[in-house]
Structures are given as structure tokens and as C-alpha cells.
Write a protein that binds this ligand. Structure first.
Ligand code: FMN
Length: 328
């Protein structure tokens, strides 16, 4: 007698997956993903129509964002009490998650799943950065996987120099700032939509170490910046290569790190803005002796103030065939 095939997902279960994906972090809160549900297979699709020509011309951050969404998707499937297998794909489909038989979620999976709704970008200063050693180790370990490395930068003077330089360049780049304005200006008022970064989520004290560099972002001198960096916990997330699969893996690892930190009452935010400047990553590799290609910088600590949430697009937009077309 052959065992029964794993059951297809119900509408309620698909709703759980969609909410988890939708809460993932994404570049400029662009939410560049969709879901296609086919029985027990769920495709996470990359929305290539979401373009950030100045910030992310190659779509690297878009794939990192999809990688973060993939982590949420997998956690949600497991939290529903189902086994699953994730396979990276090489086209508009980022990955296919094949849902297997019933299997109780581990306590760790469940705590990361529960952190999905609490995680948000915290671009403010931290109350303090003294994180117990075992907690720090667990946060780093959550991101370590084949081909992905997390590095605590040792030369903060060099990092401050590079970030200060990047801030001055980005601040003066009119085309870049115009694009950023369209992603930071349209989340308020009568025409509010569900994407973009709201003003409330951007710290008023946003030094280049904390948030998005805008035309008015202050650039302190390198020593002040280095002191500010020393008051944070920083991780540079690096990959062995710089191809599509590396970007997806980096995004997935970043989200595991962020959720692990959230589960442990920490808060944080991510920086990729400077990494898009020509030559910046090569300088970072040589000045910080990095073991791979830097994809993102994660800063974390204990919160001093709460951080405002960012909006999300309606869940129906996650499904390419319309709100009810996600199930085939
Ligand atoms: C790949 C990627 C790159 C990002 N780069 C930056 C950045 O350079 N600066 C920043 O302040 N936030 C950055 N973010 C955070 C997003 O702006 C944030 O996730 C989004 O606005 C949604 O808000 P939430 O994280 O509070 O849910 C990045 C996020 C991702 C996934």
C-alpha cells in the first residue's frame, strides 16, 4: 500500500504564507515578490518590473529581498506543521518550496516564525550595544551557511572613512536622490499606498550608519562616525560569489540573522546603500580584510525607542493571477 500524498494547502494556510512573505524586509520597501501556489508546490517569483535604476541597477538588492521573503515562506510552512524542501531556481522563479508531510515545528522554528511580525527596521540609536556573548554568537550562527560568512568589522576607523565618503557622494547625486524621494514621499496622505519607506520609519538623527542617505543627511567627521559605529554591533554579510544564487542565499541568511536577533529582544537595521557605489565593495574587502563579497551590513543592539512600522501592499497583490488566483 502506498502512503497518501501530502495534502494541498487550504485557503487559510495560503493566507498564513502570504502574510509571512509580505512582512519580509525589502529594498526601499518595494516588496518585489509574488507567490504562485500549485497544489503542494509554492513558487516565490521575483517581480523584475520593480526597478530601482539608480540604487540597484543590477537587481542585487531585489534578489536579497526575495531571499529574505524565502526565509519567511519556509518558516511559515514549517510553523504550519509541514515539512518542506526548498529549491533555488534560475529564472523569474526565485525558488520552489515543495510542501511535504506533517511534521511538528521545532521550538526554534516557531520562535523565528513568531518574530516575523515583530521585526522591523530600527534606524535609531541603540539604548546600548552590550549584547551577551552567547546571544551574539547565536545571532551570527543563524546566518552562517555554505558560502555565506558574517564578519564583525575590526577596523571601524576605515569603515567610518568609507561610509563618510559614500554619504557625501550619495547626498550630492541628484538623480539618485530623485529616485529615493519617490520611495520616501508617497507613503503619507490621501494617496498613501502600501510600499515605500514612510518618514516615521526614518530616524531624524539618521547618520549614514543608521539609515538611508538623503539630500539632508548629516555627515560628521570620520572620528565621530567611528565612535558612533563603536556604539553598535555590526556584521558584514559576505558571500563566496556574486551571482544570483549568492544574492538569494545572502538575503535568506540576513533574514535568519534579523529574526534571531528579534526573537532575542534585539532590534536592528540593514545597510546596502553604500555597497552600490562603484568600487566601494572592493575597498571594503581590502580595508576590512573580508573573506568574500560584501552584500549587506547589519547593525543591531537593544532599543532605546520604538521604531515605526512600514506599510505593506494588499495581500491580493502577492498573487499574479489576482486575489483569488493564487491557488491552482
Ligand atoms: C536588500 C535590502 C537592502 C536594504 N537597504 C537599506 C539601506 O541601505 N538603508 C536602510 O535604512 N534600510 C535598508 N533596507 C531596509 C528596508 O528599507 C526595509 O526593510 C523596508 O523599508 C521595510 O521596512 P521594515 O524592515 O521595517 O519591515 C534594506 C532592506 C533590504 C532587504
Amino acid at each position: 500500500m502506498t502512503a497518501a500524498a501530502p495534502a494541498a494547502l487550504t485557503h487559510e494556510q495560503i493566507g498564513v504564507l502570504a502574510r509571512a512573505v509580505s512582512r519580509a524586509p525589502s529594498v526601499h520597501n518595494s516588496q518585489p515578490w509574488q507567490l504562485l501556489v500549485r497544489g503542494t508546490e509554492v513558487d516565490l517569483l521575483e517581480r523584475r518590473d520593480v526597478e530601482l535604476r539608480r540604487h540597484d541597477p543590477a537587481g542585487r538588492d531585489r534578489l536579497l529581498s526575495c531571499g529574505a521573503a524565502l526565509t519567511n515562506l519556509e518558516l511559515a510552512v514549517r510553523a504550519l506543521g509541514r515539512d518542506c524542501h526548498v529549491e533555488y531556481r534560475d529564472d523569474d522563479v526565485v525558488a520552489t518550496v515543495t510542501i511535504g508531510r506533517e511534521r511538528a515545528a521545532s521550538a526554534r522554528v516557531y520562535s523565528l516564525y513568531q518574530a516575523i511580525g515583530r521585526r522591523r527596521s530600527h534606524r535609531h540609536r541603540f539604548f546600548h550595544n552590550r549584547v551577551p556573548k552567547d546571544v551574539h554568537t547565536a545571532v551570527v550562527a543563524a546566518g552562517e551557511t555554505t558560502g555565506v560568512h558574517l564578519v564583525v568589522p575590526a577596523r571601524l576607523d576605515k569603515l567610518a572613512e568609507l561610509l563618510g565618503f559614500a554619504t557625501r557622494v550619495l547626498r550630492e547625486d541628484r538623480g539618485y536622490q530623485r529616485e529615493l524621494e519617490t520611495w520616501t514621499a508617497h507613503t503619507h496622505g490621501w494617496d498613501a499606498v502600501g510600499d515605500g519607506v514612510p518618514e516615521d520609519a526614518l530616524s531624524p538623527e539618521a547618520l549614514p550608519v543608521a539609515g538611508l542617505v538623503r539630500a539632508g543627511t548629516p555627515v560628521p567627521d570620520d572620528a565621530v562616525l567611528a565612535a558612533r559605529l563603536a556604539a553598535e554591533n555590526l556584521l558584514v554579510l559576505c558571500t563566496d560569489g556574486d551571482a544570483r544564487a549568492d544574492h538569494i542565499a545572502a538575503g535568506a541568511a540576513l533574514q535568519r540573522v534579523w529574526l534571531t536577533a528579534t526573537a532575542k529582544a534585539l532590534v536592528g537595521s540593514v545597510l546596502t546603500q553604500p555597497l552600490h557605489l562603484t568600487g566601494f565593495r572592493a575597498r571594503l574587502v581590502s580595508e576590512l580584510a573580508l573573506p568574500g563579497v560584501p552584500q549587506a551590513i547589519f547593525r543591531f543592539g537593544y532599543p532605546a525607542v520604538p521604531a515605526a512600522p512600514s506599510p505593506r501592499l494588499p495581500l491580493g497583490e502577492l498573487f499574479p493571477d489576482g486575489p483569488t488566483g493564487g491557488i491552482r
